[in-house]
Ligand binder design. Sequence first.
Ligand code: GTP
Length: 364
Amino acid sequence: MRAVILVGGKATRLLPLTVNIPKAIIPVLNTPFLEHVIRHLSRHRIKDIILAQGHLAQPIQGYLGDGRQFGVKLSYVVEDTPRGTAGAVKNAASYLDDTFLVLNGDVFTDLDITAMIDFHRERKAKATIALAVVDDPTAYGLIKTDAEGRVSRFLEKPGREEVLQRRTNMINAGTYILEPDVLALIPPQQEVSIERETFQQLLARGEAMYAYSSPAYWLDMGTPEKYLQLHRDLLSGKCRHYGLNPGKGVLLGEHTDIHPTTQIKGPVIIGNNCSIGRRVQLIGPVVIGDGSTILEDSVIEDSVIWRNARLGPRVTLKNSIVADNCCLNESSSCLGSVLGDNVAVLSGCKLEPGSKIWPGEAVG
Ligand code: GTP
């Protein structure tokens, strides 16, 4: 079976992290996000994958190439203007002549795709939508089903009252199995939403559309808060994670030096060629990217640092994300902040929660 991954969105909610690279390849546990998704598909024997691109197509192609290094075959289709979630699938129609899978390119899940395919086939469904359980479904699309799991209604971004009334927290998880004739419903060369238009059409036509629920881990990492949450979840072993889960320990890269006085609490991943100085405190979950240096007496807590950062001495970083090549100088602190690439935080500067610093800026 082939899979289409939607990776052409603008990722505005993750700015300023996504100024230079698309959401699909921002690092998660020091590995580009899509690599996790591709390996997950590959485990379910899906090895022919089409990436539906738009905004910032080149960095993804440059990194993933033809997919050989991941044991899959990758093809690319690039939109000249944004086509929306259904228009992007239509754009890949020349590859889709049999039952196929569609995935939002920002969802981390350990969904049992093989079981979902069996479910789809047993019911001879036209479309099957994976469901996910979330604490607060009001920001998502809710799906109502009958006792057999057949979709009876969609509710986009329902109010709290409505959620309570309907007693459901099952949302559209952004993973679908579709039959190729669904493509005929999507007009070509247009922006079309699969959630709001195509699925509604299928429902109106009385087509067999099913919802597949499972206890799988699920998180869309579309905002800085969720990106940090994803790291917390993965590092605490909430997701059946494939090969990288360090549990509650420390995972060290190659050629990385940690001073014997460094204190480490909770799960921590440190990449290759890093240096961690005297009396540094790393309070997990913490992920530090390749080539980064943390100088003495700095405290890093619940944060993700990308590559080639230089922090310290006496820097405090908490609940924050630091993109590539940033420099946080002596005695500066960042709480709940998001720093784009190549940001310099000058000595003594204190960034308040909610700060977002654009690439290349120097803040004092
Ligand atoms: P925000 O701007 O922060 O809402 O992010 P986004 O642009 O990624 O939108 P959203 O999170 O709703 O998108 C869900 C998935 O669909 C992501 O993987 C996007 O890359 C993808 N996507 C959204 N719109 C398009 C589109 O027009 N074309 C393609 N190819 N993919 C899209």
